[in-house]
Structure formats: C-alpha cells, structure tokens
Design a protein around this ligand. Structure first.
Ligand SMILES: [Mg+2]
Length: 260
C-alpha cells in the first residue's frame, strides 16, 4: 500500500468546481488501503474551511488530513515577530505559532494572491514597501510558495511569486519557500503518515511544484491533465512524471496497475 499525497487546487477542483470523479477516486484510494494526505499550496483559506469546501464538493476529508502552508509557516517561524502579507483568512492558521506585527518584524512572510477583493489590498505599494524596509532592517524573507500563476475558472491569474521575486530583487535577498516544491514540506506530510518517500506518490497538476518537487524529495509523482496542466510545460519539464493521467478519476486504476 502506498502513501498518497494529493494536491487540491486543480486536482480535486478548480475555483470551487469539482473535477469529475474526484470524490469517488478519493473514496476508492481509501478503500484500497492507501494512506492519504492532502498537500496544498493554497494560501486563501485555513484548513477547516478548506476541508468544509471539499466535503461540499463530495470529497470525504478531515481537516486534520490537510497540510497547509500557513500551518507549516507557523511551525517554521514559531515565536518570531512576523510581518505577514497574506490573505485575512489564513491568519487563523498562522497565528497558532507567531506574533503578527506591522513593524520590528524578524521575518516577512509573503502569502498568496487571489481573485477575491482582499488581495488587492494585501499587495499595495505601502505594504510591499513596509516589507522592503523590514528586509533592509535584517528581517528574513519567507514565502508560502513562489508560484508564478494559478488556474481559475476565469483563466490563469498572476500569483504571488511575482511579488516574492520583486522583493528578492529589491532587497538583494533570497526567499525561503515553505510550501511545494520545498523538500521539507513533502517530508512533513510524509511524517504525518509515518511513511517514507520510497513508498509515496504525489498527485498534482503542477509539473514543477508537485512533480519536480516531489521527485526531488524521493517520491514518485503523477501529473493530472486538469487545473494548470499545460502540454508545453510538460514538454519543457526537467523531470518526467512517473505517470500522466487525464484526471484524478484515473489515479486509482494507475496505482493498481503499477502495484504501488
Ligand atoms: Mg494544484
């Protein structure tokens, strides 16, 4: 039996619309005895509402089964003063470990962008400049992820990687990435399952963050042709996925066929 890590956005749903067969696939993987963990770079929701959203889409999941980047950031930055450029909804997860401040920060944490109205106010000149000043005063730069764009029902939207890269450029620093593709994020998810990388399979729609990141950490990785999947990204990828399927609905059969 395998330890299976499932990405959420683009794999189980896109902009709140379920991928056909997602609920049945998750149920089948559980029934066949695989251990599941949901590993997301989502930066717009804390894990309780994330779990509720998935259940609403017919995917049976418990909040405790979800790894989120704000929770990982809270562990990484525990006890430190943090200037957080994140969406309001994830501050609940973040606040479990850090002190959120506007000035005198020891770390600047950049979260995600979203099509919702709040984000427009997160990445204002004023907030980005406050982050820049903090970095100049010695704060470290940490980001939940460094994704360039993400897939929504309205098409590709600019993601927060652009703001992270801008701060790196302006302040002459390099950001530490909390979420995928960082090795520590995959390792933390495996630790939750008590699994080794060798017995694990990551399923995602992002050939860099999901597939490349997981394979670099020693996991197998399956790419789904939904969400942000693009043929040209697959063709240009440094690493070849261990499997490519049309959608999550095909994952149980692939896992069976490969004997994972
Ligand atoms: Mg995804």
């Amino acid at each position: 039996m395998a330890a299976i890590l499932l990405d959420i956005d683009g794999v189980l749903h896109v902009s709140g619309e379920a991928i056909a067969g997602a609920g049945e696939a998750v149920r089948a993987l559980r029934e066949e005895g695989h251990r599941l963990r949901f590993v997301t770079n989502n930066t717009t929701r804390a894990r309780e509402p994330l779990a509720a959203q998935l259940r609403g889409l017919g995917v049976d999941v418990d909040a405790e089964e979800i790894s989120t980047t704000p929770l990982a950031a809270a562990r990484l930055l525990a006890g430190r003063r943090v200037l957080a450029l994140t969406m309001a909804d994830v501050r609940a997860d973040l606040a479990t470990g850090v002190e959120l401040v506007e000035q005198g920060a020891q770390a600047v944490l950049v979260g995600g962008a979203d099509e919702g109205d709040e984000t427009g106010r997160v990445f204002t000149y004023e907030n980005l400049n406050r982050a820049f000043v903090s970095l100049g005063e010695g704060a470290s730069l940490v980001c939940l992820h460094k994704n360039r764009w993400w897939q929504t029902s309205r098409g590709p939207l600019l993601d927060s990687g652009a703001f992270v890269a801008g701060l790196e450029y302006a302040a002459g620093v390099e950001a530490q990435i909390v979420g995928k593709p960082s090795r520590t994020y995959f390792e933390a998810a495996l630790a939750e399952l008590g699994a080794s990388a060798a017995e694990a399979v990551m399923v995602g729609d992002d050939v860099e963050s999901d597939v490349g990141g997981a394979q670099a950490a020693g996991l197998r990785a399956v790419l789904v042709r939904t969400g942000k999947f693009r043929e040209e990204s697959l063709a240009a990828a440094e690493r070849e996925p261990d499997g490519v399927v049309d959608s999550i609905a095909d994952v149980p059969a692939l896992v069976r066929e490969r004997g994972w």
